[in-house]
Design a protein around this ligand. Structure first.
Ligand code: DQA
Length: 141
């Protein structure tokens, strides 16, 4: 079982960035716990602040892995290219947002991603990534 986690812009700053919204834990520390929790899963992790690099990663993994867990961060609300890339691939995609984007600013309510993914998890903190992995495992049974 292969799962790729893709994080978008500014998620490299988790732990330092607006901790009241995004929590105090760096993603790498969380990823260590996640990989320990699912020894049967071969994880790959990619983070970029660059839109085209995220499109490249979706294309690269999206025809071979058993699932993608994607937090496109701010590009969720702006990127037709990321929405098109998700629509183009065959691997299932779960969209994760750490914060509850529906309860925040108006501009965060627009998503170019939600309509083309298999499902979305928002507002449950980093646990959203674990829930996404559990769903992908169940789907593969
Ligand atoms: C986010 C929500 C986005 O609106 C924001 O731009 C992010 C992170 C989240 O995980 O809550 O950078 O995707």
């Amino acid at each position: 079982m292969k799962i790729t986690i893709i994080n978008g812009p500014n998620l490299n700053l988790l732990g330092k960035r607006e901790p009241a919204i995004y929590g105090g834990q760096p993603f790498e520390a969380y990823l260590d716990k996640l990989t320990a929790l699912f020894p049967e899963v071969e994880f790959t992790y990619f983070q970029s602040n660059v839109e085209g690099e995220l499109v490249n990663a979706i294309q690269k993994h999206g025809f071979s892995v058993d699932g993608i867990v994607l937090n496109p961060a701010a590009y969720t609300h702006t990127s037709v290219a990321i929405g098109d890339a998700i629509a183009a691939i065959t691997s299932p995609v779960v969209e994760v947002h750490i914060s509850n984007v529906r309860g925040r600013e108006e501009f965060r309510k627009l998503s170019y991603v939600s309509g083309v993914v298999d499902g979305s998890i928002t507002g449950l903190g980093l646990s959203g990534y674990e829930l996404a992995v559990r769903w992908l495992l169940d789907r593969n049974k």
